[in-house]
Design a protein around this ligand. Structure first.
Ligand code: AMP
Ligand code: ZN
Length: 107
């Protein structure tokens, strides 16, 4: 938990953000500024600032399995995933997250 991290605060429940899916490793919530009909963020519970700070190999596996699970639950058959790393690449929130963007196809 990082005190000045907005995603840590969301995970902590400070803003009452609804989780589309969650498990022991991660939470998933809707992006506040969606760039696709369905735009979700898959976010590890542990604070890792970016891919450059990642040390836990297993965590990435959990995050990708989370992407798959939430896509299934949301009815996304096709979707794009994106990880921005570093300011110049467009990273705004320095708590690792995977964008999942697509169009709902069922549910
Ligand atoms: P990135 O540019 O990869 O760091 O992505 C950060 C994303 O977080 C952006 O798409 C923002 O729209 C989104 N975001 C920022 N604050 C919130 C929030 N409070 N709830 C949901 N999404 C947020
Ligand atoms: Zn954080």
């Amino acid at each position: 938990m990082s005190n000045d991290c907005i995603f840590c605060k969301i995970i902590n429940g400070d803003f009452g953000t609804e989780f589309v899916y969650e498990n022991e490793h991660l939470v998933v919530f809707k992006d506040i500024n969606p760039k696709a009909p369905v735009h979700l963020l898959v976010v590890p519970r542990v604070h890792v600032a970016s891919l450059n700070e990642l040390e836990d190999k297993n965590l990435m596996g959990e995050l990708l399995m989370g992407v798959k699970e939430v896509a299934k639950r949301t009815g996304l058959k096709s979707y794009r995933t994106q990880i921005n790393t570093g300011k110049e690449a467009g990273q705004e929130v320095f708590h690792l997250h995977i964008h999942v963007m697509g169009k709902q196809t069922s549910v």
